[in-house]
Design a protein around this ligand. Structure first.
Ligand code: BES
Ligand code: MN
Ligand code: ZN
Length: 499
């Protein structure tokens, strides 16, 4: 979609549809909606007085202009109560409106900087929200569908501002919104891809492409090198599959120092069958998305490379399948991780924490100052928080507060879970240093406590996205399938570090 920001009169734009806003309980019309209403000879105010337009959040009303305006349609999009407005509500309204117009066959749209000047939303933040809402909302994954879609695509969006003085801040907001939304859509594409296409090898190829287009430094360890490094946990998971595992790193250098400020570690299980501890067949196909964490950190670092903050970031993605076969890992086996710790395997389905153990130990060995890992790690987290919030687990309150704030800015909700030492008890093994499952209860927390063992004192946050990585339905700016969570959070976080 081609998006541009222009200064001009919204009633004179040549386009397929123009979107203006109405707030619930608004006494009289002013600004853009008043200008459009006037051009329509009071059609909007009439619908309001008749009670057809109420301004409820996500309410969409279409008014045909019948030649009174250049565009054939005017859409009045409800923004809800003025004092409740947020950037995230703007994203949602724009997404819903764009999908509505796409279904009507509209190919080009003009709108205002929705929400600007209300509830602390600056023109810049409004332009960013409109851009993100449009790009995220009309996302679709049709790569494997050969028949034509029922509707065409919206290929043009103009964000129109009356006052030329605000143009540069609108452009800045639009640019940032575009980078964030495209990164989230990239992560969605990767996670939506079936496992026969998105193999560890393909993930490494995607990383190579990103390295080239965004100027990142790429390194991919092959099984031979993993063995040299001592990545016994990752190799243990990978040994049941014919697909070779890949240990992928992408490095962004924003300063002259050689150190790593932030390590972003993402679980890259391209298919999780459960291994010998096999999963029930119902819904197993969902496990093609078990690399959503890895996709998120790859997409985030590619956006970071475009935004160029002054700090150094490394994305680390241990990528493998978790399958079963004659060579597969077995319950009872004992593996040795990169840092020398031994792990008793209770369930081969608790594979995410195994590959992350090596990846976190690797980041620690490189001396990363902060570590964030992202993983579709536990069904328990999904049970606890549903698909609304990702779970955050941390050894450092200041860092987790920053992550939660970065999430709020993105509209990606995060809830902090407890990390009391007493949960560690459940991970104790009688035959190794630690075991890979902590029993039936508190499963999201015992998984996080397992990871904590490989992090040491480095400030670290673990984000469990098992519940939030997929959306079951179209809602606001999410569509059915991969959500791209928490790509925009990670980008915001790194930008906040650089500030
Ligand atoms: N990838 C799964 C977790 C998951 C479940 C993600 C549902 C998304 C939706 C993970 O590898 C897993 O299988 N976890 C087990 C851990 C258990 C064996 C301790 C689980 O949650 O059942
Ligand atoms: Mn599993
Ligand atoms: Zn898994």
């Amino acid at each position: 979609m081609d998006i541009k920001v222009i200064a001009g009169d919204i009633t004179r734009i040549e386009t397929g549809a123009v979107i203006v806003n109405y707030f619930e309980g608004m006494e009289r019309l002013d600004g853009d909606i008043a200008a459009v209403d006037k051009a329509l000879a009071g059609a909007i105010s009439q619908l309001i007085s008749q009670g057809e337009i109420k301004g409820k959040l996500n309410e969409v009303t279409i008014v045909h202009s019948l030649g009174r305006l250049p565009p054939a349609r005017v859409v009045v999009a409800g923004l809800g109560k003025q004092h409740e407005l947020s950037q995230d509500r703007v994203r949602g309204v724009v997404a819903e409106t764009c999908r509505f117009l796409r279904q009507k066959g509209v190919a080009s749209i003009a709108t205002v900087a929705q929400g600007a000047g209300v509830a602390g939303i600056t023109p810049e933040l409004a332009a960013q929200a409109v851009t993100e809402g449009a790009l995220l909302g009309i996302y679709s994954f049709r790569r494997h569908i050969t028949k034509e879609a029922e509707y065409g695509e919206i290929n043009q969006l103009a964000i129109v501002i009356a006052d030329e003085a605000n143009l540069s801040s609108l452009v800045a907001g639009y640019r940032k919104g575009r980078i964030l939304a495209e990164a989230a859509n990239l992560a969605r594409d990767m996670a939506n891809e079936p496992a026969n296409c998105m193999t560890p090898t393909h993930m490494a190829e995607m990383a190579a492409k990103l390295a080239e287009t965004c100027g990142l430094e790429l390194n991919v360890l092959e099984p031979e090198q993993m063995r040299e490094q001592g990545m016994g946990a990752l190799l243990g998971v990978a040994q049941g599959s014919r697909q070779p595992p890949k240990f992928i790193t992408l490095r962004y250098k924003g300063t002259d120092s050689t150190g790593i400020d932030v390590a972003l570690v993402g679980k890259g299980v391209t298919f999780d069958s459960g291994g010998i501890s096999i999963k029930p067949s119902e819904g197993m196909g969902e496990m093609k998305g078990d690399m959503a964490g890895g996709a998120a950190v790859m997409a985030a670092i590619s956006a970071i490379a475009q935004l160029k903050p002054r700090l150094n970031v490394m994305a680390i993605i241990p990528a493998t399948e978790n399958l079963l076969g004659e060579n597969a890992l077995k319950p009872g086996d004992i593996l040795t991780a990169l840092d020398g710790k031994t792990i008793e395997i209770i369930s081969t389905d608790a594979e995410g924490r195994l590959i992350l153990a090596d990846a976190l130990a690797y980041a620690k060995k490189l001396g990363a100052r902060f570590m964030i890992d992202v993983a579709t790690l536990t069904g328990a987290c999904r049970v606890a928080l549903g698909d609304i919030c990702s779970g955050a687990f941390s050894n450092n309150q200041e860092l987790v507060d920053k992550v939660i704030a970065a999430g709020a800015e993105a509209g990606e909700l995060i809830w902090q879970m407890p990390m009391y030492d007493r949960y560690k008890e459940q991970n104790k093994s009688e035959v190794a240093d630690i075991k890979n499952t902590g029993g039936k209860y508190g499963g999201a927390i015992t998984a996080a406590q397992f990871l904590a063992e490989f992090v040491g004192d480095t400030p670290w946050v673990h984000l469990d996205i098992a519940g939030t990585s997929l959306s079951e339905k179209e809602q606001n700016y999410l569509v059915k399938g991969a959500t791209g969570v928490p790509v925009r959070t990670l980008i915001n976080l790194v930008l906040s570090f650089a500030r």
